[in-house]
Design a protein around this ligand. Structure first.
Ligand code: COA
Length: 471
């Protein structure tokens, strides 16, 4: 595997060895045991520390800086596997055999055309929209192109919970004459049906459609934003190669294809982050996996989450040169502003994904003057931030710090960075949605009411223009 890019494997293995040397392999016992509900945990603002569910999909050890998918460490997966294998692993829980992988790849090729959705997208002003808004729209439009529910094969299967839309859920009438979805009433039966559904993997089809389709839409959106027609996939290229090709129109080199593949593996899953949680909350209402992934895309767009990589490039350009870094950083510190691409809710050590992306950025920019310049500013900034905030506040580079430099050096425009993140994260979102639905319970936290009581209602005509305080 990866015989044609041994130098990339070597870079990844070096990063792995460094990580092993600098951290340890111990799991946190309090975060790696079965839950006995109800669970005691200390919850901070933004649900920090809250435990929402059990999972077998992935584990992030924030204090040591480890990322595990289904028991495999991220470095080994990047060094030896492909994104298609990793997506299969996340979804099914085991690495595919040669035959299983071939069938999986065939399925992704079958689903990747998304012609109808791209045609629908052309009716919208894609060039004026944010690329992530276009991707979310496209994902929702894909719902019209295909679902399990629409496919003849599954028409008689009432367990089409995940992809079902409101009208396709069988209804029954209550004594009061109101219609309610059957699943409200027959929980046991529904659970049995979901299990049966998963056994036959029917619910997975929409997930695979999304995995292939979101990548295809990303390529299409990149073209449409430049006023060009979407490019057809190249049968000679794999998933990662086609992602570059359909976005840029340029055939990637073996190195570029491999590095994109590694980037996709690195971004595929990451615990209960904001976008994964958003996708799971939507799925937990027994909504639709297309809408669920659409919600993940919406959450990922934010600059505190996936949108940070685009802002990193803007920031590096604004800094302008290595020499400007200290003064620029001092000004930011004075204003107490956050530095894009640094810090993490869970990692209080060096993000393992940045351990791989940093050296890959260095490798990719060695012959590209403009990107090399950005890389050098980034390295200088990293030193400055770690020296000041590393030990004190546990602030280190995160996954977004170097990914933008890698993508820029491939000629990918910065407005497509977050969509690439989304392409990869579809694997994590859909795997976690599938896993959660096996023991689904609708997410429903509570808020502490701190407002007043017993206010006297003032009729409209008697109200003054007073300003509201404590909104
Ligand atoms: N630059 C400078 N200081 C930072 C920082 C950053 N990027 N991220 C966190 N801090 C500081 C905060 O100012 C705060 O300091 P204080 O204790 O003096 O108030 C402390 O670290 C805790 O920050 P907080 O915002 O509470 O952490 P969080 O867990 O809520 O936020 C992020 C995590 C990712 C949202 C935050 O680190 C951030 O905004 N980073 C920049 C955006 C980014 O790169 N996002 C991609 C994440 S993968």
């Amino acid at each position: 595997m990866h015989e044609n890019t041994p130098e990339i494997t070597e870079i990844i293995l070096k990063a792995r060895d460094k990580a092993i040397k600098e951290t340890s392999r111990e799991a946190e016992p309090e975060m790696t045991r079965p839950i006995n509900w109800p669970v005691d945990c200390i919850v901070g603002p933004g649900l920090e520390g809250a435990i929402a569910c059990e999972t077998r999909i992935g584990y992030v050890n924030g204090s040591k800086g480890w990322l595990i998918y289904r028991g495999y460490n991220i470095f080994d997966l990047c060094a030896y596997a492909t994104f298609e294998e990793v997506s299969y692993l996340l979804m099914y829980g085991y690495l595919p055999s040669k035959t299983q992988l071939a069938a999986f790849k065939k399925k992704l090729i079958e689903y990747r055309t998304a012609h109808q959705t791209k045609r629908l997208l052309m009716g919208f002003p894609i060039e004026k929209m944010k690329s992530m808004a276009a991707l979310r729209l496209g994902t929702n439009l894909m719902r019209q192109e295909f679902t399990d529910v629409d496919s003849e094969k599954y028409l008689d299967n009432v367990a089409r919970i995940i992809a079902a839309d409101e009208d396709s859920i069988p209804m029954e009438t209550t004594p009061m004459g109101e219609e309610h979805a059957i699943y409200e009433f027959k929980r046991k039966q529904r659970e049995a049906m979901i299990k049966e559904d998963l056994k036959h993997a029917t619910g997975f089809e929409s997930c695979f459609h999304l995995l292939a389709g979101v990548a295809s839409l990303t390529g299409g959106i990149a073209c449409l934003r430049k006023g060009r027609m979407p490019i057809e996939h190249d049968p000679e290229l794999g998933f990662a190669g086609n992602l570059i090709y359909t976005m840029t129109g340029k055939k990637p080199t073996a190195i570029e294809e491999r590095i994109m593949d590694v980037c996709l593996i690195l971004h595929a899953d990451h615990g209960m982050n904001a976008s994964t949680f958003a996708a799971m909350v939507v799925a937990s209402t027994l909504s639709d996996v297309y809408l669920s992934v659409g919600s993940g895309i919406a959450a990922l767009q934010g600059s505190l989450h996936g949108g940070a990589n685009e802002r990193v490039i803007k920031m590096l350009k604004e800094i302008g040169s290595e020499e400007n870094v200290p003064a620029w950083f001092a000004k930011k510190r004075m204003k107490k502003e956050k530095i894009m691409g640094f810090g993490h809710r869970v990692y209080k050590s060096y993000d393992p994904r940045a351990r791989v992306l940093g050296p890959l950025a260095r490798y990719m920019t060695r012959e590209n003057k403009a990107s090399k310049h950005l890389y050098k500013i980034a390295r200088r900034l990293e030193k400055e931030v770690i020296n000041t905030l590393g030990a004190q506040k546990k602030i280190f580079p995160n996954v977004d710090f170097y990914s933008g430099i890698v993508y820029s050096s491939m000629g990918i425009p910065s407005d497509m960075f977050t969509p690439i993140f989304a392409v990869s994260r579809v694997a994590g979102w859909t795997s976690r949605v599938q896993e959660y639905l096996r023991n689904n319970r609708i997410f429903r936290p509570r808020a502490m009411y701190v407002g007043p009581f017993d206010k006297e209602f003032v009729p409209l005509e008697n109200r003054g223009n007073k300003k509201q305080s404590n909104i």
